[in-house]
Design a protein around this ligand. Sequence first.
Ligand code: AMP
Length: 453
Amino acid sequence: MTFDKLEIIEPILKAIGAKGYTHPTPIQEKSIPILLRKRDLLGCAQTGTGKTAAFAIPILQHIFNDATPEKGRRRIKALVVTPTRELAIQIKDNFSEYGKYTGIKNTVIFGGVKQGAQTKALNAGVDVLVATPGRLLDLIGQGYVSLRDVKYFVLDEADQMLDMGFIHDIRKVIDMLPKRRQSLFFSATMPQSIVTLAGKILGNPDKVTIKPEQTTAEKVGQSLYYVSKKAKPKLLAFLLKTEDVESTLVFSRTKHGADKVVKGLIKVGIQAEAIHGNKSQNARQLALSNFKAGSTKVLVATDIAARGIDVSELSLVVNYDLPNIPETYVHRIGRTGRASASGNAISFCDTEERPYLKDIQKLIKQDIDVVKDHPFLPGGVEDNAVEDVKPDKRRQQPRSSKSSNSSRSSNPSRSSNSSKSSRTPNSSNSSKPSYSGNKEWRRGNTASKKRTE
Ligand code: AMP
Protein backbone atom coordinates (compact mmCIF):
# COMPACT_ATOMS: atom_id res chain seq x y z
CA MET A 1 0.00 0.00 0.00
CA THR A 2 1.30 3.42 -0.94
CA PHE A 3 -0.01 6.83 0.10
CA ASP A 4 -1.60 7.62 -3.25
CA LYS A 5 -4.08 4.75 -2.70
CA LEU A 6 -5.51 6.57 0.32
CA GLU A 7 -7.29 9.32 -1.64
CA ILE A 8 -5.18 12.03 -0.15
CA ILE A 9 -5.29 15.36 -2.00
CA GLU A 10 -2.36 16.46 -4.11
CA PRO A 11 -0.96 19.29 -1.92
CA ILE A 12 -0.70 16.94 1.06
CA LEU A 13 0.70 14.06 -1.01
CA LYS A 14 3.37 16.43 -2.27
CA ALA A 15 4.30 17.44 1.28
CA ILE A 16 4.53 13.90 2.63
CA GLY A 17 6.51 12.92 -0.45
CA ALA A 18 8.94 15.72 0.39
CA LYS A 19 9.24 14.24 3.90
CA GLY A 20 10.32 10.98 2.27
CA TYR A 21 7.27 8.98 3.34
CA THR A 22 6.34 6.43 0.72
CA HIS A 23 4.25 3.89 2.60
CA PRO A 24 1.73 4.59 5.33
CA THR A 25 2.45 3.06 8.73
CA PRO A 26 -0.20 0.57 9.99
CA ILE A 27 -2.06 3.21 11.99
CA GLN A 28 -2.11 5.55 9.00
CA GLU A 29 -3.33 2.84 6.67
CA LYS A 30 -6.15 1.94 9.04
CA SER A 31 -7.15 5.38 10.31
CA ILE A 32 -6.89 7.70 7.32
CA PRO A 33 -9.79 6.13 5.36
CA ILE A 34 -12.00 6.15 8.49
CA LEU A 35 -11.18 9.77 9.23
CA LEU A 36 -11.64 10.89 5.65
CA ARG A 37 -15.22 9.54 5.97
CA LYS A 38 -15.60 11.90 8.96
CA ARG A 39 -16.14 9.06 11.43
CA ASP A 40 -15.13 9.36 15.08
CA LEU A 41 -12.09 7.31 15.99
CA LEU A 42 -10.87 5.58 19.13
CA GLY A 43 -7.21 4.80 18.56
CA CYS A 44 -5.12 2.63 20.85
CA ALA A 45 -1.66 3.69 19.78
CA GLN A 46 1.26 5.69 21.05
CA THR A 47 3.80 8.18 19.81
CA GLY A 48 6.28 6.53 17.48
CA THR A 49 3.70 4.68 15.39
CA GLY A 50 3.10 7.53 12.93
CA LYS A 51 -0.03 8.56 14.83
CA THR A 52 0.38 12.29 14.24
CA ALA A 53 0.23 12.02 10.46
CA ALA A 54 -2.68 9.58 10.86
CA PHE A 55 -4.81 12.37 12.31
CA ALA A 56 -3.12 15.47 10.85
CA ILE A 57 -3.50 14.44 7.19
CA PRO A 58 -7.30 13.90 7.25
CA ILE A 59 -7.86 17.04 9.33
CA LEU A 60 -5.81 19.15 6.91
CA GLN A 61 -7.68 17.59 4.01
CA HIS A 62 -11.10 18.37 5.53
CA ILE A 63 -10.16 21.96 6.29
CA PHE A 64 -8.74 22.36 2.79
CA ASN A 65 -11.88 20.93 1.18
CA ASP A 66 -14.29 22.82 3.48
CA ALA A 67 -12.59 26.14 2.80
CA THR A 68 -15.02 28.99 2.27
CA PRO A 69 -14.03 32.67 2.26
CA GLU A 70 -13.92 33.88 5.84
CA LYS A 71 -14.73 37.40 6.94
CA GLY A 72 -12.20 38.77 9.37
CA ARG A 73 -9.51 36.60 10.91
CA ARG A 74 -9.41 32.82 10.55
CA ARG A 75 -11.33 30.83 13.14
CA ILE A 76 -10.07 27.72 14.89
CA LYS A 77 -11.50 24.70 13.07
CA ALA A 78 -9.35 21.96 14.57
CA LEU A 79 -8.17 21.59 18.15
CA VAL A 80 -5.54 19.08 19.25
CA VAL A 81 -5.02 18.70 23.00
CA THR A 82 -1.92 16.88 24.17
CA PRO A 83 -0.29 16.54 27.62
CA THR A 84 3.25 17.88 27.22
CA ARG A 85 4.87 20.94 25.70
CA GLU A 86 7.33 18.88 23.69
CA LEU A 87 4.59 16.79 22.17
CA ALA A 88 2.53 19.91 21.42
CA ILE A 89 5.44 21.55 19.59
CA GLN A 90 6.10 18.40 17.63
CA ILE A 91 2.48 18.02 16.55
CA LYS A 92 2.39 21.66 15.48
CA ASP A 93 5.58 21.14 13.44
CA ASN A 94 4.02 18.10 11.77
CA PHE A 95 0.89 20.08 10.84
CA SER A 96 3.15 22.76 9.34
CA GLU A 97 5.08 20.18 7.32
CA TYR A 98 2.16 18.12 6.05
CA GLY A 99 0.12 21.26 5.35
CA LYS A 100 2.82 23.41 3.80
CA TYR A 101 1.13 23.44 0.34
CA THR A 102 -2.40 23.89 1.68
CA GLY A 103 -2.23 27.44 3.02
CA ILE A 104 -3.65 26.20 6.33
CA LYS A 105 -2.32 28.05 9.36
CA ASN A 106 -1.67 26.62 12.77
CA THR A 107 -0.13 27.54 16.08
CA VAL A 108 0.76 25.96 19.40
CA ILE A 109 0.13 27.10 22.97
CA PHE A 110 1.60 25.63 26.17
CA GLY A 111 2.43 26.73 29.70
CA GLY A 112 5.73 27.59 31.33
CA VAL A 113 6.50 30.50 29.01
CA LYS A 114 5.15 34.02 28.65
CA GLN A 115 1.96 34.13 26.67
CA GLY A 116 2.74 37.17 24.46
CA ALA A 117 3.98 35.34 21.38
CA GLN A 118 1.15 32.85 21.65
CA THR A 119 -1.63 35.42 21.93
CA LYS A 120 -0.11 37.34 19.02
CA ALA A 121 -0.32 34.24 16.82
CA LEU A 122 -3.87 33.60 17.98
CA ASN A 123 -4.90 37.17 17.25
CA ALA A 124 -3.56 36.82 13.71
CA GLY A 125 -6.00 33.92 13.22
CA VAL A 126 -5.32 30.19 12.83
CA ASP A 127 -7.14 27.14 11.44
CA VAL A 128 -5.51 24.55 13.68
CA LEU A 129 -4.64 24.98 17.34
CA VAL A 130 -2.40 22.53 19.22
CA ALA A 131 -2.51 23.03 22.98
CA THR A 132 -1.70 21.67 26.39
CA PRO A 133 -4.77 21.75 28.66
CA GLY A 134 -3.77 24.33 31.28
CA ARG A 135 -2.67 27.09 28.90
CA LEU A 136 -5.66 26.37 26.67
CA LEU A 137 -8.14 26.99 29.49
CA ASP A 138 -6.17 30.01 30.59
CA LEU A 139 -6.30 31.65 27.17
CA ILE A 140 -9.96 30.70 26.70
CA GLY A 141 -10.62 32.42 30.03
CA GLN A 142 -8.82 35.52 28.84
CA GLY A 143 -10.81 35.58 25.60
CA TYR A 144 -7.93 34.79 23.21
CA VAL A 145 -9.34 31.41 22.17
CA SER A 146 -12.85 30.54 21.10
CA LEU A 147 -13.84 26.93 20.47
CA ARG A 148 -17.16 27.89 18.82
CA ASP A 149 -16.05 26.92 15.30
CA VAL A 150 -14.14 23.73 16.12
CA LYS A 151 -15.22 20.89 13.82
CA TYR A 152 -12.32 18.52 14.45
CA PHE A 153 -11.14 17.62 17.94
CA VAL A 154 -8.21 15.39 18.87
CA LEU A 155 -7.46 14.23 22.39
CA ASP A 156 -3.95 12.83 22.27
CA GLU A 157 -2.14 10.60 24.79
CA ALA A 158 -5.28 10.37 26.92
CA ASP A 159 -3.77 7.96 29.44
CA GLN A 160 -0.88 10.27 30.14
CA MET A 161 -3.31 13.16 30.38
CA LEU A 162 -5.12 11.37 33.22
CA ASP A 163 -1.83 10.35 34.87
CA MET A 164 -0.84 14.00 34.92
CA GLY A 165 -4.11 15.01 36.56
CA PHE A 166 -5.67 16.82 33.60
CA ILE A 167 -9.06 15.11 33.80
CA HIS A 168 -10.96 18.16 35.07
CA ASP A 169 -9.37 20.43 32.51
CA ILE A 170 -10.27 17.98 29.75
CA ARG A 171 -13.89 17.83 30.90
CA LYS A 172 -14.08 21.62 30.85
CA VAL A 173 -12.69 21.76 27.32
CA ILE A 174 -15.12 19.10 26.09
CA ASP A 175 -18.07 21.02 27.53
CA MET A 176 -17.06 24.04 25.46
CA LEU A 177 -16.85 22.20 22.14
CA PRO A 178 -19.69 22.34 19.60
CA LYS A 179 -21.78 19.16 19.65
CA ARG A 180 -21.45 18.65 15.90
CA ARG A 181 -17.85 17.72 15.36
CA GLN A 182 -15.55 14.88 14.43
CA SER A 183 -13.67 13.57 17.46
CA LEU A 184 -10.51 11.53 17.66
CA PHE A 185 -9.25 9.97 20.84
CA PHE A 186 -5.81 8.38 21.20
CA SER A 187 -4.36 6.53 24.13
CA ALA A 188 -1.45 4.09 24.48
CA THR A 189 -3.41 2.03 27.01
CA MET A 190 -7.14 1.51 27.52
CA PRO A 191 -7.94 1.03 31.21
CA GLN A 192 -11.57 1.52 32.31
CA SER A 193 -11.06 5.20 33.21
CA ILE A 194 -9.95 5.89 29.65
CA VAL A 195 -12.84 3.96 28.12
CA THR A 196 -15.26 6.02 30.24
CA LEU A 197 -13.64 9.27 29.17
CA ALA A 198 -13.70 8.19 25.52
CA GLY A 199 -17.43 7.49 25.87
CA LYS A 200 -17.97 11.14 26.86
CA ILE A 201 -16.12 12.48 23.85
CA LEU A 202 -16.93 10.13 21.00
CA GLY A 203 -20.20 9.26 19.31
CA ASN A 204 -20.09 5.78 17.87
CA PRO A 205 -16.42 5.53 17.00
CA ASP A 206 -14.55 3.20 14.73
CA LYS A 207 -11.70 1.56 16.60
CA VAL A 208 -8.10 1.08 15.59
CA THR A 209 -5.56 -0.70 17.74
CA ILE A 210 -1.86 -0.73 17.02
CA LYS A 211 0.18 -2.79 19.41
CA PRO A 212 3.50 -1.00 19.71
CA GLU A 213 4.34 -3.09 22.77
CA GLN A 214 5.09 -5.99 20.49
CA THR A 215 6.21 -4.22 17.34
CA THR A 216 8.60 -1.92 19.15
CA ALA A 217 10.02 -4.65 21.31
CA GLU A 218 10.62 -6.77 18.23
CA LYS A 219 12.26 -3.99 16.24
CA VAL A 220 14.62 -2.68 18.87
CA GLY A 221 17.79 -4.58 19.78
CA GLN A 222 17.67 -4.82 23.56
CA SER A 223 20.32 -5.78 26.04
CA LEU A 224 20.64 -5.84 29.76
CA TYR A 225 23.58 -5.06 32.03
CA TYR A 226 23.44 -6.26 35.59
CA VAL A 227 25.31 -3.64 37.55
CA SER A 228 25.34 -2.34 41.11
CA LYS A 229 23.77 1.04 41.67
CA LYS A 230 27.11 2.57 42.64
CA ALA A 231 28.81 1.37 39.44
CA LYS A 232 26.14 2.69 37.05
CA PRO A 233 27.88 6.05 36.38
CA LYS A 234 31.12 4.25 35.47
CA LEU A 235 29.38 1.73 33.26
CA LEU A 236 27.52 4.49 31.42
CA ALA A 237 30.68 6.49 30.84
CA PHE A 238 32.48 3.34 29.75
CA LEU A 239 29.80 2.41 27.21
CA LEU A 240 29.52 5.93 25.81
CA LYS A 241 33.29 6.12 25.43
CA THR A 242 33.88 2.70 23.93
CA GLU A 243 30.96 2.61 21.55
CA ASP A 244 30.72 4.80 18.52
CA VAL A 245 27.21 6.18 19.00
CA GLU A 246 25.80 9.23 17.25
CA SER A 247 23.06 10.14 19.70
CA THR A 248 22.06 8.63 23.01
CA LEU A 249 18.97 9.28 25.08
CA VAL A 250 19.50 8.27 28.71
CA PHE A 251 16.48 7.78 30.98
CA SER A 252 16.58 8.57 34.64
CA ARG A 253 13.63 7.94 36.94
CA THR A 254 14.00 11.26 38.77
CA LYS A 255 14.87 14.85 37.86
CA HIS A 256 17.54 14.92 40.54
CA GLY A 257 18.98 11.69 39.15
CA ALA A 258 19.06 13.13 35.62
CA ASP A 259 21.11 16.11 36.81
CA LYS A 260 23.48 13.78 38.65
CA VAL A 261 24.04 11.66 35.56
CA VAL A 262 24.83 14.75 33.49
CA LYS A 263 27.30 16.00 36.09
CA GLY A 264 29.03 12.62 36.17
CA LEU A 265 29.36 12.50 32.39
CA ILE A 266 30.66 16.04 32.08
CA LYS A 267 33.28 15.23 34.73
CA VAL A 268 34.71 12.51 32.50
CA GLY A 269 34.61 14.68 29.39
CA ILE A 270 31.33 13.55 27.83
CA GLN A 271 29.13 16.40 26.66
CA ALA A 272 25.60 15.86 28.02
CA GLU A 273 22.49 17.86 28.87
CA ALA A 274 19.43 17.13 30.98
CA ILE A 275 15.78 17.71 30.15
CA HIS A 276 13.12 17.51 32.85
CA GLY A 277 10.24 19.35 34.43
CA ASN A 278 12.38 21.52 36.73
CA LYS A 279 14.12 23.13 33.77
CA SER A 280 12.60 26.19 32.18
CA GLN A 281 10.81 25.72 28.90
CA ASN A 282 13.58 27.61 27.12
CA ALA A 283 16.30 25.46 28.66
CA ARG A 284 14.39 22.32 27.64
CA GLN A 285 13.94 23.53 24.09
CA LEU A 286 17.59 24.51 23.84
CA ALA A 287 18.77 21.13 25.13
CA LEU A 288 16.44 19.40 22.69
CA SER A 289 17.52 21.43 19.69
CA ASN A 290 21.22 20.93 20.58
CA PHE A 291 20.53 17.22 20.71
CA LYS A 292 18.60 17.21 17.43
CA ALA A 293 21.37 19.22 15.76
CA GLY A 294 23.96 16.76 17.06
CA SER A 295 25.95 19.29 19.09
CA THR A 296 24.96 17.41 22.25
CA LYS A 297 25.41 13.68 21.80
CA VAL A 298 23.86 12.62 25.09
CA LEU A 299 20.53 13.80 26.43
CA VAL A 300 19.45 12.67 29.90
CA ALA A 301 15.70 12.80 30.42
CA THR A 302 12.90 11.86 32.76
CA ASP A 303 9.91 10.01 31.33
CA ILE A 304 7.46 12.89 31.25
CA ALA A 305 9.93 15.21 29.53
CA ALA A 306 10.91 12.57 27.01
CA ARG A 307 7.45 11.41 26.06
CA GLY A 308 7.26 13.60 22.98
CA ILE A 309 10.87 13.59 21.92
CA ASP A 310 11.13 12.66 18.27
CA VAL A 311 14.69 12.55 17.06
CA SER A 312 15.24 10.77 13.82
CA GLU A 313 18.40 8.68 13.78
CA LEU A 314 18.39 8.25 17.53
CA SER A 315 20.97 5.48 17.83
CA LEU A 316 20.66 4.37 21.39
CA VAL A 317 18.38 4.52 24.40
CA VAL A 318 19.87 3.78 27.81
CA ASN A 319 17.63 2.90 30.72
CA TYR A 320 19.96 4.12 33.42
CA ASP A 321 17.18 3.30 35.87
CA LEU A 322 14.60 0.69 35.03
CA PRO A 323 11.10 2.13 35.15
CA ASN A 324 8.74 0.79 37.81
CA ILE A 325 5.83 0.86 35.32
CA PRO A 326 6.54 -1.77 32.65
CA GLU A 327 4.69 0.10 29.85
CA THR A 328 7.14 2.96 30.38
CA TYR A 329 9.94 0.65 29.26
CA VAL A 330 8.17 0.19 25.93
CA HIS A 331 7.60 3.93 25.57
CA ARG A 332 11.26 4.57 26.30
CA ILE A 333 12.74 2.09 23.88
CA GLY A 334 10.22 3.33 21.31
CA ARG A 335 12.24 6.58 21.15
CA THR A 336 14.65 4.62 19.01
CA GLY A 337 13.40 2.36 16.22
CA ARG A 338 10.71 4.85 15.24
CA ALA A 339 8.46 4.31 12.24
CA SER A 340 10.41 1.94 10.04
CA ALA A 341 13.86 2.40 11.58
CA SER A 342 15.51 -0.08 13.91
CA GLY A 343 17.36 0.94 17.04
CA ASN A 344 19.08 -0.26 20.19
CA ALA A 345 18.25 -0.06 23.84
CA ILE A 346 20.50 -0.85 26.80
CA SER A 347 19.13 -1.30 30.29
CA PHE A 348 20.97 -1.22 33.58
CA CYS A 349 19.53 -3.33 36.34
CA ASP A 350 20.62 -3.23 39.96
CA THR A 351 19.40 -5.59 42.66
CA GLU A 352 16.50 -3.40 43.72
CA GLU A 353 15.30 -3.20 40.16
CA ARG A 354 14.96 -6.96 39.65
CA PRO A 355 11.19 -6.93 40.29
CA TYR A 356 10.79 -4.18 37.66
CA LEU A 357 12.73 -6.29 35.18
CA LYS A 358 10.46 -9.22 35.83
CA ASP A 359 7.37 -7.08 35.13
CA ILE A 360 8.91 -5.68 31.93
CA GLN A 361 9.83 -9.08 30.57
CA LYS A 362 6.34 -10.32 31.33
CA LEU A 363 4.83 -7.40 29.39
CA ILE A 364 7.07 -7.69 26.34
CA LYS A 365 6.85 -11.47 26.49
CA GLN A 366 10.55 -11.93 26.05
CA ASP A 367 13.72 -12.14 28.09
CA ILE A 368 16.08 -9.28 27.42
CA ASP A 369 19.53 -10.51 26.42
CA VAL A 370 22.04 -10.17 29.20
CA VAL A 371 25.55 -8.90 28.48
CA LYS A 372 27.58 -11.32 30.51
CA ASP A 373 30.94 -9.82 29.83
CA HIS A 374 31.45 -6.26 30.99
CA PRO A 375 33.91 -4.70 33.43
CA PHE A 376 31.39 -3.67 36.06
CA LEU A 377 29.69 -6.95 36.82
CA PRO A 378 28.33 -6.86 40.37
CA GLY A 379 30.84 -8.20 42.85
CA GLY A 380 33.66 -8.08 40.30
CA VAL A 381 37.00 -6.31 40.78
CA GLU A 382 35.97 -3.10 39.02
CA ASP A 383 32.69 -2.99 40.87
CA ASN A 384 34.43 -3.37 44.22
CA ALA A 385 36.82 -0.59 43.26
CA VAL A 386 33.94 1.88 42.89
CA GLU A 387 33.36 3.86 46.06
CA ASP A 388 30.03 3.34 47.77
CA VAL A 389 27.54 6.12 47.18
CA LYS A 390 25.25 7.47 49.86
CA PRO A 391 21.82 5.86 49.67
CA ASP A 392 19.42 7.96 47.60
CA LYS A 393 16.48 8.69 49.89
CA ARG A 394 14.29 9.65 46.97
CA ARG A 395 14.48 6.24 45.44
CA GLN A 396 11.12 4.56 45.08
CA GLN A 397 10.67 1.10 46.53
CA PRO A 398 10.12 -1.78 44.13
CA ARG A 399 6.42 -2.38 43.51
CA SER A 400 6.17 -6.07 44.24
CA SER A 401 8.06 -7.01 47.35
CA LYS A 402 6.86 -10.57 47.05
CA SER A 403 8.79 -11.11 43.86
CA SER A 404 11.06 -14.11 43.86
CA ASN A 405 13.90 -11.86 42.79
CA SER A 406 13.68 -9.67 45.83
CA SER A 407 13.88 -12.67 48.10
CA ARG A 408 17.46 -13.09 46.95
CA SER A 409 18.38 -9.60 47.92
CA SER A 410 19.95 -10.55 51.24
CA ASN A 411 23.23 -10.68 49.41
CA PRO A 412 22.72 -8.06 46.74
CA SER A 413 25.90 -8.20 44.74
CA ARG A 414 26.03 -11.95 44.49
CA SER A 415 22.33 -12.47 44.08
CA SER A 416 22.26 -10.58 40.84
CA ASN A 417 24.55 -13.21 39.40
CA SER A 418 22.66 -16.19 40.56
CA SER A 419 19.39 -16.13 38.73
CA LYS A 420 18.00 -19.40 37.47
CA SER A 421 17.69 -18.01 33.97
CA SER A 422 20.27 -19.20 31.49
CA ARG A 423 20.48 -15.64 30.20
CA THR A 424 21.70 -14.14 33.45
CA PRO A 425 25.35 -13.23 33.94
CA ASN A 426 27.66 -16.07 34.63
CA SER A 427 28.82 -15.75 38.19
CA SER A 428 32.24 -17.05 37.32
CA ASN A 429 32.63 -13.98 35.12
CA SER A 430 32.22 -11.71 38.05
CA SER A 431 35.78 -12.22 39.20
CA LYS A 432 37.13 -11.19 35.82
CA PRO A 433 37.51 -7.50 35.18
CA SER A 434 38.31 -8.11 31.54
CA TYR A 435 35.99 -6.88 28.83
CA SER A 436 36.02 -8.26 25.37
CA GLY A 437 34.38 -5.31 23.68
CA ASN A 438 30.89 -6.72 23.56
CA LYS A 439 29.01 -4.77 20.93
CA GLU A 440 26.10 -7.10 20.60
CA TRP A 441 23.49 -4.46 21.34
CA ARG A 442 24.47 -2.79 18.11
CA ARG A 443 23.57 -5.82 16.11
CA GLY A 444 19.90 -5.57 16.95
CA ASN A 445 17.82 -8.66 17.32
CA THR A 446 20.27 -11.06 15.79
CA ALA A 447 22.30 -10.60 18.95
CA SER A 448 19.81 -12.54 21.00
CA LYS A 449 20.24 -15.64 18.92
CA LYS A 450 24.03 -15.43 19.00
CA ARG A 451 24.20 -14.85 22.70
CA THR A 452 22.37 -18.02 23.60
CA GLU A 453 24.80 -20.22 21.70
P1 AMP B 1 4.66 9.91 15.50
O1 AMP B 1 4.15 8.61 16.05
O2 AMP B 1 3.58 10.68 14.83
O3 AMP B 1 5.40 10.69 16.54
O4 AMP B 1 5.71 9.56 14.35
C1 AMP B 1 6.93 8.93 14.61
C2 AMP B 1 7.96 9.20 13.54
O5 AMP B 1 7.63 8.52 12.34
C3 AMP B 1 8.12 10.66 13.15
O6 AMP B 1 9.50 10.92 13.04
C4 AMP B 1 7.47 10.77 11.80
O7 AMP B 1 8.10 11.79 11.02
C5 AMP B 1 7.75 9.40 11.21
N1 AMP B 1 6.71 8.94 10.24
C6 AMP B 1 5.39 9.09 10.34
N2 AMP B 1 4.77 8.52 9.30
C7 AMP B 1 5.73 7.97 8.53
C8 AMP B 1 5.71 7.23 7.29
N3 AMP B 1 4.59 6.91 6.68
N4 AMP B 1 6.89 6.84 6.79
C9 AMP B 1 8.06 7.15 7.42
N5 AMP B 1 8.14 7.84 8.57
C10 AMP B 1 6.98 8.25 9.13
